[in-house]
Write a protein that binds this ligand. Sequence first.
Ligand SMILES: [Zn+2]
Length: 111
Amino acid sequence: MEEKTCPRCHSPVSLMHFYCPTCGKNLKEAPLSTSAAKRVGIYALSLLLPPLGLWPGIKYIRQNDPKVKKIGWIAIILTIISLLVTSWISIGWLNDLNAQLSGQLKQLQNL
Ligand SMILES: [Zn+2]
């Protein structure tokens, strides 16, 4: 099994552990970055590829740190906004297509 060391007490811990068995440090929290680049990446993912933004969003919401949670909520809100805009555009496009088709049908009937 792959091993790493605890960032707090440096005792060896398994990658499967959520908490360090020696000092109790939360080991799964560390990889979740709150850097500006990471936030921009998550928000861009939420806006551009809506359903995919939900995964980092949910992952961030489940953290204890309120700062990390906030990033998760923003990602999910952006995902919902993006989905609404996307479906609104698709509905508009479908209505246009529908109008064009029925216009052509009318022309055919008039022939
Ligand atoms: Zn430890």
